[in-house]
Design a protein around this ligand. Structure first.
Ligand code: NDP
Length: 474
């Protein structure tokens, strides 16, 4: 019998095949299985020298037999029902101590349910968030693990060997029990939606407010990528804007339909924020903006009725404007990340996970789509104050907010004046304005609720008079 594999992987699609090659390249022997056997044969035949570390299996029985016990098996297939089917099939063949690892984009509530379902079977379940797309899977993703700490110990060596590294530090960690890893991945994706939307809104101001062509806007993002906005998303934005369509000779972005979808993790991040009662307005705005973008036909019809806005963008196209746009994007980004981390802090309490905030920021610094230098600053802020109520009140971030928020205010004001939609940027600004306002306006809401529904209220003087003298509903 050939040497047993250290780990197994089911699902040789885009992510699974790249993850398997990454594992083989880092020196671990891996057994692979795919529902459609021809894909397994093709994968092994194209693996080149890495094939020496890969055992291609065409039956589940051969696959399970090829892995050293206790067997860790990564399931990297279409999320949802197929994962349950795959787990059911595996259950018949696995033995106590074996570990099923769902590495797809699962809803963390499904992960918790699967964890519970397998609890008494002797088989351990891990829910693992993997970020970084195809390239990350092949050369180093960010890996967010949820499950028992003991089961993580069995797979830690392989996972840290394939993860991305930030200054030598692997971007992989155990984050808590059951659904913790998939929850963190969900919020990662929510933040990703917000980050991308805010970049797109700044692009919109430069395109529609200032009138710049794609290439020039790309060069501006290129400049910003050398500063505090340095990140993967800004880097690819520069590259995307600099690319020409080979068919038409026009900038590539100018021939791409302005219609994006929202599904899965982006939507779930907003739903969970709402369930937990944590404001994640910038993320919500980003998800809603995608839904609005998808309403292309309606938007076209509405433009016929209302026409294009005829207001002039009120700021001069000069170096000061570019500085303001850069700072505005930075300020809004702080708001979105602060919201994402606040959602995770509340979920940690709600689900009893003890999510380690500095570790989460640390493993997002490389490998994942939102990787950036900025996450290193978040890591430092949470390391100093792991239990702080909100990122924006840490000493380092409150200074950054004070410096950059005025620019966000000027840019949002100018965009609104010109009729340019900036839902995520303005949500981040309003979040800040509301968060730092000791006296808000919910006193009126409480009065209205008491008026029509006798819901009662707390008084500022502490007196025990929980209803107003409205004469109705009290
Ligand atoms: P692909 O569409 O490339 O591959 C899908 C895989 O799932 C194939 O191996 C397919 O097998 C298998 N599959 C589908 N249905 C079943 C089923 N009913 N039973 C068994 N196997 C099945 O998907 P990706 O690799 O892109 O995505 C895999 C997972 O990773 C998803 O959960 C996705 O959300 C997640 N993910 C994807 C990222 C990306 O950038 N693409 C990033 C991070 C996570 P077959 O060959 O037989 O059809």
């Amino acid at each position: 019998m050939a040497q047993l594999a250290e780990i197994g992987l089911i699902g040789l699609g885009v992510m699974g095949s790249n993850l398997a090659l990454n594992i083989a390249e880092k020196g671990s022997r891996i057994a692979v299985f795919n529902r459609t056997p021809s894909r397994t044969r093709q994968f092994v035949s194209e693996a080149g020298a890495l094939g020496a570390n890969i055992i291609g299996c065409e039956t589940m029985e051969d696959f399970v037999a090829a892995i050293r016990t206790p067997r860790p098996i990564i399931i990297m297939i279409k999320a949802g029902e197929p994962v349950d089917q795959q787990i059911d099939a595996l259950r018949l063949l696995l033995s106590g101590g074996d570990i099923a690892i769902d590495a797809g984009n699962a809803n963390f509530r499904d992960t918790i349910a699967r964890f519970d379902r397998l609890k008494d079977s002797g088989i351990t379940f891990i829910g693992m968030g993997v970020s970084g797309g195809e390239e990350g899977a092949r050369h180093g993703p960010s890996i967010m693990v949820g499950g028992t700490e003991q089961s993580y110990t069995r797979v830690e060596k392989v996972l840290t060997s394939i993860a991305a590294r930030y200054e030598g530090d692997p971007c992989c960690a155990w984050l808590g029990e059951d659904g913790a890893g998939h929850f963190v991945k969900t919020i990662h994706n929510g933040i990703e939606y917000a980050d991308m939307q805010m970049i797109a809104e700044i692009y919109g101001i430069l395109r529609d407010g200032v009138g710049k062509p794609a290439g020039e806007i790309g060069a501006i993002f290129g400049q910003w990528n050398k500063g505090r906005l340095n990140s993967y998303l800004i880097e690819i934005t520069e590259k995307v804007l600099a690319t020409t369509d080979p068919e038409s000779g026009k900038p590539m972005v100018d021939v791409i339909l302005d219609r994006a979808g929202q599904k899965g993790t982006g939507k779930w991040s907003v739903i969970e924020a709402q369930q937990l009662g944590v404001p994640a307005t910038a993320i919500e705005a980003a998800v809603a903006a995608r839904s609005l973008s998808a309403m292309k036909t309606e938007r076209e019809a509405a433009e016929v009725i209302f026409g294009m806005p005829r207001y002039t963008f009120p700021l001069q196209d000069n170096a000061a404007l570019l500085k303001d746009l850069e700072l505005a994007l930075f300020a809004a980004k702080i708001g979105a990340y602060a919201q994402g981390f606040a959602v995770m802090a509340e979920a940690s309490r709600e689900f009893g996970w003890s999510l380690p905030m500095p570790t989460i920021a640390r493993i997002w610094r490389a490998g994942c789509i939102i990787r950036s230098q900025f996450l290193d600053e978040i890591t430092k802020a949470f390391t100093e104050q792991p239990d702080v109520a909100n990122l924006i009140v840490t000493p380092a971030f409150s200074a950054m907010v004070a410096e950059s928020m005025p620019a966000l205010r000027r840019i949002v004001a100018a965009a609104v004046t010109a009729g340019i939609p900036v839902p995520a940027l303005s949500s981040a600004l309003s979040y800040f304005d509301a968060y730092r306002q000791a006296r808000g306006t919910a006193n009126l809401i409480q009065a209205q609720r008491d008026f029509f529904g006798a819901h009662g209220f707390d008084r500022i003087d502490g007196l025990d008079r929980p209803h107003g003298p409205w004469g109705v509903g009290n």
